[in-house]
Design a protein around this ligand. Structure first.
Ligand code: SF4
Ligand code: SF4
Ligand code: SF4
Length: 137
């Protein structure tokens, strides 16, 4: 986000309202875009990079995006605990079968190909997925 001009054009173009602009007293971070998955995740529609005037949002294929990384707390996941068979994260992931796979055709595992979009965190009924932004990894 080093090249971000804090212009907010990405937030304006996003059809899902996934992007909010950070509130901060620090002028270097105030107005920079962020996605808060539990509020609204990114759907990886890739409409924001072309409108970014500074190139801070690179024009990538969906598969190349690495805005963060999601992690499942297996101790709280319904399927890993054996409570019920839930596949919400797997079924809704835009990179299903790549970023998230099913171990033994059942247990969800997030892979190194996770884009960090946060859709899985948003849909998880157990609230056991956390997406960490790339800047904090
Ligand atoms: S890629 Fe994500 S943040 Fe960008 S416009 Fe699409 S949904 Fe919004
Ligand atoms: S595993 Fe979750 S955060 Fe990663 S790409 Fe799939 S839905 Fe997005
Ligand atoms: S959506 Fe949540 S509870 Fe369901 S399988 Fe995925 S991590 Fe487990």
């Amino acid at each position: 986000m080093g090249r971000c001009l804090q212009c907010g054009q990405c937030a304006q173009i996003c059809p899902y309202n996934s992007i909010t602009l950070r509130a901060s007293f620090n002028p270097l971070t105030a107005g920079t875009p962020q996605v808060v998955p539990r509020r609204i995740p990114c759907r990886l529609c890739m409409r924001c990079p072309p409108v970014c005037p500074s190139g801070a949002l690179a024009e990538l294929e969906m598969e190349q995006v690495r805005m963060g990384r999601a992690q499942i707390d297996r101790n709280a996941c319904y399927t890993w605990r054996g409570n019920i068979i839930c596949r919400s994260c797997y079924e809704t992931c835009p990179l299903k079968a790549t970023a998230i796979v099913l171990e033994k055709a059942l247990l969800p595992v997030i892979t190194e190909y996770c884009a960090g979009c946060g859709v899985c965190e948003y849909v998880c009924p157990a609230r056991c997925i956390t997406t960490t932004p790339q800047r904090m990894l």
